[in-house]
Design a protein around this ligand. Structure first.
Ligand code: SF4
Length: 709
């Protein structure tokens, strides 16, 4: 496309799920500058350190600019032909479940939609899963259990209107900084607002917390199940709401009643006094929002944690009203968009269910699909196990780096190396994953491509190009469509622009929707190129723009007390808190993995910015002073952190902010960034049985001094 150097282009930040609006400009000398978009409803002009440094991460260093086969530069035709023919041949010889796509929350909705359509409608397998499985799958599963649909009820405005915000397993100050800034600003205006942080670590987010509950790892189910019992015992339930709009309350309360305060204190590592103060505050505050992210989701009991939280909101009728609700915030910029188009192995497009025969038939007819997938496919961890044991013989990885980010990363790398055919579409030429590909397809980067993303509050925003595409790079949707055409599906993949794909996705969301489905942007089905170019950020459900398919939709989810279950009632889930000990005599500590303020995932983008690298220059492990003394470790010593799967060398950071018996290390650094080993080589492929999300925050580990500072 033609790039107008004098114009500021409205686009969206490619990092976290807050989804901030960005204004990007290219000066006459080619220098890019960015600033927060004052008109974007997610950030109103704010940007965090990562967003502010976006211009520093743009450049051609390390870019993959031409298609390659076995490291040899080639043209698009040859590369696309070999991808299409090898996938087709593998399917013909071994069946459709012998191939898989591993995709990413970095993909735009249009890319995600086409990849999902190709795999589920035309290949006939549901073996497409996403790195968002590592980020929010437990929330998706918890929503579906409780609401009958994957619906995030809250909005960012609710955070500003709440009288109590409970942050669970969420270091918002570093991981969703603009959301944190919005809460901090609201708190300045309303000092009576209370904030409780539930986290084993005293993170930077604790700076605005009135109460920090330094909970034991995976103590969340006990904490919120105990809260439900407390609400019942202290006459703090909304009985009218429970009766009118929910089912299963009796069983849930019965299960919760097995826990008295003393046993909750034991399971959570909190004192009874702390529990009573928190429970009393929750019981007394009608306008409460509970925000949660990876500390809840990345757990072998993640889905139960989500439902334990939702149970407390249902029991008090604190959902569907301003300033209330359980609120899962997503990690990736387009984790939510992926959910909308069914970019997970157990979902269909437009929030339909792969296990629902009517949904399958509806999507099949809409796509005119020859071979719709009949059953869920392999979820992320299972997918790489399938690669390892030979079930998957052709794998296409799009815009992600699983060799560094999957649990049990060394085993994942070995599986990819042994896979007969690996295709990678990526912006970079040499991530730890890209180097194992047989075919490398150069993808357009942020600023070079057009599409849309959806943030944590269901707000759809455009990403717009403002840079000419270098070399032979192409947008992901184009690459997927070209492969699909060569596999014989030319008619269904005739799209020529992302606007056409967005319109098709919108039309599917409204197709035969009788009000049963909550996701409906059917009003945009006929969007043209100009309308798409002008598209301003909007939230779904879409208030009726004067007719069409959206008149039945609420403007606030669950305000009318109707949910998406068969009887329209929200479901309480009866949960029993269990405690699991993973530590052993050899590995007596619990390793918690996470993120820091100025880096993103495996640093393939933020690692390019000297400014971002200054914040924290090298990998580290946080250790409580008592544990440090016990192991003879001094501040800044080099420490070996080991699990039964591997080890890394990192710098010791001794701090009372860390809970005794636990250590914390960020997941970003890899060998590529001067680390000695990658952290995810230590984590285990242990998953939540409902959601399939890996338990990345609870790994048995040990520490030992390697060398003095
Ligand atoms: Fe980007 Fe998230 Fe920072 Fe906003 S808060 S600027 S979306 S990284």
């Amino acid at each position: 496309m033609e790039i107008d150097a004098a114009r500021e282009v409205r686009t969206t930040c490619p990092y976290c799920g807050v989804g901030c609006g960005v204004l990007a400009k290219v000066a006459a000398d080619g220098q890019v500058s960015v600033r927060g978009d004052p008109d974007h409803p997610a950030n109103f002009g704010r940007l965090c350190s990562k967003g502010s440094a976006l211009a520093e991460t743009i450049g051609l260093d390390g870019r993959l600019l031409h298609p390659e086969i076995h490291g040899r530069r080639t043209g698009w035709n040859e590369a696309l032909d070999i991808v299409a023919s090898t996938f087709s041949q593998t399917i013909a010889e071994h069946g459709s479940d012998a191939v898989a796509f591993y995709v990413s929350g970095q993909l735009l909705t249009e890319d995600y939609y086409l990849a999902n359509k190709l795999m589920k409608g035309f290949v006939g397998s549901a073996n497409i899963d996403t790195n968002s499985r590592l980020c929010m799958a437990s929330s998706v599963a918890g929503h579906r259990r409780a609401f009958g649909s994957d619906t995030v009820p809250g909005t960012y405005e609710d955070l500003e209107r709440a009288d109590l915000i409970v942050l669970v397993g969420s270091n918002l100050a570093w991981c969703h900084p603009v959301l944190y800034q919005r809460i901090a600003a609201a708190r300045e205006k309303r000092p009576e607002m209370k904030i409780v942080l539930v986290d084993p670590r005293r993170t930077m987010t604790s700076d605005i917390a009135d109460m920090h509950l330094a909970i034991a790892p995976d103590g969340d189910v006990a904490l919120f199940t105990g809260l439900l019992a407390w609400l019942g015992q202290h006459n703090a339930l909304d009985r009218a709401y429970i009766t009118a709009h929910t089912s299963g309350f009796g069983q849930a309360l019965f299960a919760a009643s097995a826990l008295d305060l003393t046993s909750v204190a034991t399971a959570t590592g909190l004192s009874e006094d702390e529990l009573v103060r928190f429970y009393s505050l929750f019981a007394a505050t009608a306008k409460t929002v509970t925000i949660y992210s990876q500390g809840v989701n990345q757990s072998s009991s993640g889905t139960d944690k989500v439902n334990a939280i939702i149970n407390c909101h249902l029991a008090t009728g604190r959902i569907g009203k301003p300033g209330t609700g359980p609120f899962s915030v997503t990690g990736q910029p387009n984790a939510m968009g992926g959910r909308e188009v069914g970019g997970m192995a157990n979902l269909l497009a437009a929030h339909m269910e792969i296990e629902n025969p009517e949904h399958r038939d509806r999507v099949r007819r809409f796509w005119n699909a020859p071979d719709i997938a009949q059953k869920p496919g392999l979820k992320a961890v299972e997918m790489f196990q399938g690669v390892a044991d030979g079930r998957i013989k052709a794998l296409w990885i799009m815009a992600t780096n699983p060799v560094d980010s999957m649990p049990d990363a060394d085993a994942v790398e070995a599986a990819i190396k042994a896979c007969p055919f690996v295709v990678i579409s990526d912006v970079l030429a040499s991530t730890d994953t890209v180097r194992h590909a047989h075919v490398r397809l150069p993808a357009a980067a942020w600023g070079e491509k057009d599409g849309s993303v959806t943030n944590s509050e269901r707000r759809i925003s455009r990403q717009r190009s403002f840079l000419a595409a270098p070399g032979e790079v192409r947008p992901d949707w184009w690459i997927i469509a070209e492969v699909a055409r060569r596999m014989g599906f030319a008619e269904a993949f005739a799209h020529e622009t992302p606007a056409q794909i967005f319109g098709e996705h919108a039309a599917l969301s409204g197709f035969e929707n009788d009000g049963e489905r909550d996701f409906d942007i059917g009003a945009y089905a006929k969007i043209d190129a100009e309308g798409y170019e002008r598209l301003a950020p909007f939230q779904w459900p879409v208030p009726s723009p004067g007719g069409g398919t959206t008149e039945h939709l609420p403007t606030r989810f669950f305000a009318n007390g109707h949910f998406y279950t068969a009887d329209r009632k929200a479901r309480f889930i009866a949960i029993r808190a269990t405690t699991e000990t993973r530590t052993t005599a050899d590995f007596p500590l619990i390793l918690n993995t996470g993120r820091i303020r100025d880096h993103w995932h495996t640093m393939t983008r933020t690692g390019k910015s000297p400014r971002l690298s200054q914040h924290i220059a090298e990998p580290f492990v946080e250790i409580h002073p008592v544990d440090a003394q016990h192991h003879g470790i001094g501040d800044a010593d080099i420490v070996r952190v080991s699990s039964p799967r591997g080890d890394v060398l990192v710098r010791a950071l001794i701090t009372p902010r860390q809970r005794q018996g636990c250590v914390f290390a960020p997941m970003h650094w890899t060998d590529q960034f001067a680390a000695k080993g990658r952290l995810d080589a230590l984590t285990a492929p242990l998953i939540d049985p409902v959601s399939g999300q890996p338990a990345l925050k609870h790994v048995a580990a040990r520490i030992e001094k390697f060398a003095a500072k």
